[in-house]
Each structure stands twice: as C-alpha cells, then as structure tokens.
Design a protein around this ligand. Structure first.
Ligand SMILES: Cc1cc2nc3c(=O)[nH]c(=O)nc-3n(C[C@H](O)[C@H](O)[C@H](O)COP(=O)(O)OP(=O)(O)OC[C@H]3O[C@@H](n4cnc5c(N)ncnc54)[C@H](O)[C@@H]3O)c2cc1C
Length: 415
C-alpha cells in the first residue's frame, strides 16, 4: 500500500490524483481465519490492527454487517479524555489517550487528534468535591488534570456565562491534553493499516450464527456463508447481547439510544471542549465550525438509531444556561447510536463461557476515546487467551464477584 506523504501528495497533484489506490479492498470472506472479529467499528478495527502489529497475527478477518465505522464510531461526538476516577479506568483510558498523540504517524493517516483541552464544569458543591477528588486521584495515576477556579474557566471559555440562572460555575476539572479526534478517520486509518497487513475487512456481512462444538468456538455463520475460526472476538457495542445469545451465554449489558446534534457552522468561537454534567450537555466546535452538542440516553432500552425532538429541546435548554449564544443558532442535524451500558459504567474485556470467544463491549456512552487502548488490550487478550494488565480488572467475573469499577460519575452522563 502506498504511503501518504508530502512527496506522494505533490506527485498526485501533478498527475490529477489518478494514482491513489483504495484505502482498503472490498474483500470476500475466505473459508477460514486464525482470528475473526465481528464488528468493524473503531474497537474491532483497532483490535485487528494490534493483533497484527503487536502479536504478528495477520490471517484475520473483520466482519461488518453494514458499512465500516457506521455504528457508534461514526456517530459520536469525538471527545477524548482520560480523567477517570478508578485506577483501572485511568490506566486504559490514558493508554488510549497517549496512543492518540501519535496515532496519525503510527497509521500514516491523519486522525486529526486535537488536544485542545477539556473542561468538566463544577456547578454544585457536590461536583466541586467530586472533581477535586478526581484531580487528586489523577495525580496519583500519572494523568495530568487540575481543578481550576471560575476566573480561569472564563479565560479559557470567553463565551461562557459563569453566573448561570440556576447553577453558577464554581470551577472545573481541566485536562489540557484532552480534546477531540476525527471519528471516521480513526476507523478509516485503522482499516487501511489492517488491509496493508493483508487482513480482510468484509463489509455487508452480518454474522447470523456462531458455531460451537464441545464448549469451543469453531466458526460463524454469515450472510456471505460459513467461516471457520478457533478465535472469535465479539466487538459489536449495542449488539453484544444479540451475539452472545447466538453463542449461548448472556452479558450484563443494556442497549440504549444515545443522541447528539450539530448546529449550523459559525466562525471559531470555542477552542476547548466543555462538559456540563449537572445541567447535562456538552459542546465543542468542529473544524467546519458546527457546534457539536451531546445529549443523553433514552430512558428506556431500545435499538433505535434516531434522534428525537424532546432530546434536542432538553439538551439545548440546559446548554443555553451557560452558553446563551446558542439560542441564536439553527440546529442542522440530530442522530442516535446504540450504546452498550453496564451496571458500573465500565467496559468488559473478557474471556467467555465458550472457549475461543472473547468479548469487548460495555463502553457505553464513552468508548470512542478508548479505541486505541481497548484495541491494544483486546488484541493481547485474543492473542494470549488471557487478559493483560490493562484488561485484567474488566473481566466478566467482576459482576459475579462484586468487584465493580464504579465510574457512574465519570461516565454515566459524560462522554
Ligand atoms: C451520540 C453518541 C455520542 C458519543 N460521544 C462520545 C464521545 O464524545 N466520546 C467518547 O469517547 N465516546 C462517545 N460515544 C461512545 C462511542 O461512540 C462508542 O463507545 C464507541 O464508538 C463504540 O465503538 P465500537 O467499535 O465498540 O462500536 P460500533 O462503532 O458501534 O461498532 C460495532 C459494529 O458492529 C456491527 N455489528 C453489529 N452486529 C453485527 C453482526 N451481527 N454482524 C456483523 N457486524 C455487526 C455494527 O454494524 C457496528 O458497525 C458516543 C456514542 C454516541 C452514540
């Protein structure tokens, strides 16, 4: 595969851009693979990439029922941060954040990582205490964050109204190297790098059944025919319970629709990410100028991928308290994605009751930021058959043993 470089760009500019190859081919599935990953979202593709890069396993297929990156990966609001409370969470999210720093160079694909800085507003005394505690925990974990006073919030976000009609801004948890990345580019970059290693990415190929013999996986049934494998990774976010059901076990996952929206584009006016969890809403400005706005999950389990009017109203009512300028903007689009929620709001990276089947799910409302770290840890799990240090705390056993990794404050409403 041709490397992207300044030289390649200049050459193609001179010949009318006729020499660019496909970033990844339209593969037809082969009869058998050493490993199959179901789901070509960011987590599935990153798993395949690190299986090849870190563990030399390249006879791998990624099967996707729709189009690559068309699930939550292409629907999220692109926030990247690692300011979590519990040690196990901080470790995997910080691993991911640090991989984001050089991901464009690693993949030779511009993922537009923008560590512009991220604020989580504290608008009640309870939040002040909570975020101070997180800042102390982060200091011990080696994650750079700080609790900053309102005057510093004002410097970073001139457009904000600190007084607020209901909740004044009392400070914020600030992560200077948090920010955003381009979600599609993350999926495309990993896909291209996987294809360059000779892996097959098979789109429009739904897994419809899982073959198990003597307690071990032997292959999958798909809309493009059966495929044999002894190593199967289920990385399908909101459809995790459906796939687990095909293999005959259950997962502690609930699927919900999470919504977001964007405004019309305006000139640059916000160069950090701001999250306001008390009133519930968060906002950043895209490179095109749109205000990217995140809302909440539906209050009932469902597999819908659509937005709804009441979410637009609720989210904007909340955000205009701190950003009155939003009241003048037209909203252009809204959408939803099916997120996979666990009871403790932490992910699952685990072996399963079926030998050779591994699951990676439960990232819920906040898994985009985790993609590189999750892929790294899942690849280690699939290659060695046991979780490494990053994944060790996130196995399914924790639900049986009561070892919850409670991130309901960090991840329950924020993303
Ligand atoms: C509106 C919204 C905003 C969000 N904002 C943020 C944010 O700002 N920051 C953040 O960190 N996270 C955010 N998230 C969460 C984040 O998007 C997800 O956690 C993450 O993208 C999950 O990636 P994934 O690869 O696991 O799943 P997905 O990208 O959903 O990929 C799973 C894939 O599996 C495929 N699949 C399902 N069933 C089958 C089958 N039977 N056969 C074959 N393929 C199948 C699906 O088609 C899908 O493409 C947000 C999510 C949403 C919906």
């Amino acid at each position: 595969m041709r490397r992207y470089s300044l030289f390649a760009l200049a050459r193609e500019a001179l010949r009318g851009h006729t020499g660019w190859g496909r970033a990844w081919g339209a593969a037809a599935p082969r009869a058998a693979y050493d490993a199959i990953i179901v789901g070509a979202g960011g987590h599935g593709l990153a798993t395949a990439y690190y299986l090849g890069r870190n563990h030399g396993l390249r006879n791998v297929a990624v099967l996707e029922k729709g189009w690559l990156g068309g699930g939550n990966t292409g629907r999220n609001t692109t926030i990247v941060r690692s300011n979590y409370l519990q040690d196990a969470s901080a470790a995997i999210y910080e691993k991911a954040r640090s991989l984001f720093e050089t991901l464009s160079q690693d993949l030779n694909f511009n993922v537009m990582f923008s560590p512009r800085g991220l604020l989580m507003l504290a608008q009640t005394e309870h939040e002040v205490r909570g975020y101070r505690r997180t800042a102390h925990a982060n200091a011990l974990q080696g994650v750079e964050t700080a609790f900053i006073p309102p005057a510093r919030v004002r410097e970073l976000v001139p457009a904000i109204r600190l007084e607020g009609p209901r909740y004044p801004v009392l400070g914020a948890l600030w992560q200077a190297r948090g920010g955003t990345a381009r979600h599609d580019a993350v999926a495309w970059g990993y896909a291209r790098a996987c294809a360059a290693m000779g892996m097959d990415i098979v789109e429009n190929c739904a897994v419809t059944g899982i073959r198990v013999a003597n307690g071990a996986v032997t292959g999958v049934e798909t809309t493009k025919g059966p495929i044999a494998t002894r190593r199967l990774g289920l990385v399908v976010a909101g459809h995790s319970s459906v796939l687990a059901g095909m293999a005959g076990f259950r997962l502690p996952i609930e699927s919900l629709c999470l919504q977001a929206l964007v405004s019309e584009p305006v000139k640059p006016c916000l160069d950090v990410v701001v999250m306001a969890n008390t009133v519930h809403g968060y906002i950043s400005q895209s490179d095109k100028g749109e205000m990217v706005i995140g809302g909440g999950t539906d209050g009932f389990n469902n597999y819908s991928q659509r937005g709804s009017w009441h979410h637009v109203e609720e989210t904007l009512r909340a955000l205009t308290e701190t950003f009155p300028m939003l009241s003048r903007l037209k909203m252009l689009r809204q959408w939803g994605g099916i997120v996979d929620m666990t009871g403790d709001r932490s992910p699952i990276l685990s072996t399963t009751p079926v030998d050779g089947i591994f699951v990676n799910c439960g990232w819920g409302t906040g898994g985009f930021k985790a993609i590189p770290g999750s892929g790294w840890a899942m690849a280690e799990l699939m290659a060695t058959g046991a979780p490494g240090p990053l994944a060790a705390a996130f196995t399914l056993n924790r639900f049986r043993e009561g070892r919850f990794i409670d991130e309901s404050v960090a991840a329950g409403v924020a993303h």
